[in-house]
Design a protein around this ligand. Structure first.
Ligand SMILES: Cc1cc2nc3c(=O)[nH]c(=O)nc-3n(C[C@H](O)[C@H](O)[C@H](O)COP(=O)(O)OP(=O)(O)OC[C@H]3O[C@@H](n4cnc5c(N)ncnc54)[C@H](O)[C@@H]3O)c2cc1C
Length: 364
């Protein structure tokens, strides 16, 4: 398809097909942030899958896979890349697509930034509109186990526009609390049709149903996840969510709080072997993490997060490479199969044998 340049600002170009009414591609530069990608696309009611915090880099997020509220509808961020422009360690500029350097195209879709610097990402865009909705039904912990089991059962019939989410944490008054619900992107009336089945889960102590723009959805965590905080996170993929895993998720002790998000949908439309990104068959993603400011708290906070995540470990099938926060060289074995790791190492030998790009999870 012929592409015309229609806009250029701060290293970001929005392209549209010659003669077509709607833009269908956007080409952010290698250093762009997700907010720039969303802002440019939403002017046309379009978007591609991006993460939940707008000051995250397009580069690292996409190269590791890229999970966001549109993943169930349109796949991972890396599934929506039509082409990469990559500068290799020896200065060569490569265009990388499914037919040009296809081995590298496979590796750049989930294998991280180990092979060169991507200076342009060309994304496919989708007509998602500009509306979104969040539904959170809150339960005290003594009721939360039952609520989460019913929420899990509802996940089986969730439409792709919905991303069911469950959380555990602390209410404003400090008491432990859990929530179940979903995030919806698209027409609000359609999204509200799901609500009765979630409200039938039980009797929440509070419910919050928010209609907001897609851009507000994409920026609503920017402040709590702001820069300059000390932070630590752990993540797991789960192929199923047995009752015992729900109990471990809700266990209190000194846990920092966590989220369970339904995967699936369009993520599973792409065969696992087609990309370096792994664990497409994982039904749920578990993420936990903490942030703080005083370095004195590093050890207890990190330790509490590790202990909590370890309790979920028996139910897990692997991890997302972009949630690896440890230097542990074995962590990468939870992100990729042996076969994929071998292929990634082969790519490394071909494109960066001197290991110039060495600050990634992939160690050689
Ligand atoms: C607050 C917060 C929220 C998050 N939310 C999500 C989420 O919703 N979904 C999700 O999938 N992930 C999420 N993540 C994880 C995120 O995907 C990773 O932290 C990712 O590494 C961020 O990429 P970056 O470019 O911002 O970071 P950086 O630290 O700048 O880069 C990470 C790695 O990617 C490499 N890299 C970056 N840009 C390029 C490039 N252009 N070419 C080659 N290599 C490059 C870097 O060299 C480095 O190795 C979140 C992380 C944080 C801290």
């Amino acid at each position: 398809m012929h592409l015309d340049l229609v806009e250029e600002s701060r290293g970001q170009r929005l392209l549209r097909g010659g003669g077509a009414v709607q833009a269908d591609r956007t080409v952010p530069g290698g250093g762009a942030l997700l907010g720039a990608l969303d802002n440019a696309s939403q002017r046309y009611g379009l978007a591609t899958t991006a993460g939940n915090v707008s000051h995250t880099g397009v580069g690292g997020l996409t190269l590791g896979g890229g999970i966001g509220w549109l993943a169930r509808a349109y796949g991972l961020t890396c599934d929506n890349v039509a082409s990469y422009q990559l500068v290799t360690a020896d200065g060569a500029v490569l265009r990388v697509t499914d037919s040009e350097h296809p081995d590298l195209f496979w590796g750049l879709r989930g294998g991280g930034g180990s092979f060169g610097v991507v200076t342009e990402f060309e994304f496919r865009l989708h007509p998602v509109g500009t509306q979104a909705m969040t539904v959170d039904l809150y339960y005290d912990l003594d009721q939360a186990g039952t609520a989460l089991r019913r929420w899990r059962d509802l996940c089986a019939e969730a439409p792709r526009q919905a991303t069911p989410v469950a959380r555990v944490g602390r209410a404003d008054d400090g008491r432990p609390i859990a929530s179940v619900g979903y995030v919806w992107v698209g027409d609000i009336e359609d999204g509200l049709r799901l609500l009765p089945s979630y409200q039938a889960i039980g009797r929440p102590v509070e419910q919050r149903i928010s209609e907001l723009s897609y851009l507000d959805l994409q920026t609503r965590s920017d402040d709590t996840e702001r820069h300059a905080l000390r932070r630590y996170c752990k993540g797991h993929y789960l192929r199923a969510l047995p009752d015992a895993a729900i109990d471990a998720f809700l266990a209190q002790d000194n846990n920092p709080g966590a989220r369970l998000t339904l995967n699936g949908g369009a993520v599973t439309d792409v065969p696992d072997a087609a990309t370096a990104y792994s664990h497409r068959d994982a039904l749920f993603e578990f993420t936990t993490g903490d942030d703080w400011t005083d370095p004195v708290e590093d050890e207890p906070r990190i330790s509490a997060t590790r202990t909590y995540a370890a309790a979920l470990e028996p139910y897990t099938s692997g991890t997302y490479v972009n949630t690896i926060a440890d230097e542990d060289p074995n962590a990468v074995h939870r992100a990729y199969s042996q076969e994929k790791l071998a292929r990634l190492h082969q790519l490394k030998q071909t494109y960066d044998p001197a290991n110039v790009f060495n600050r990634t999870a992939l160690k050689i």
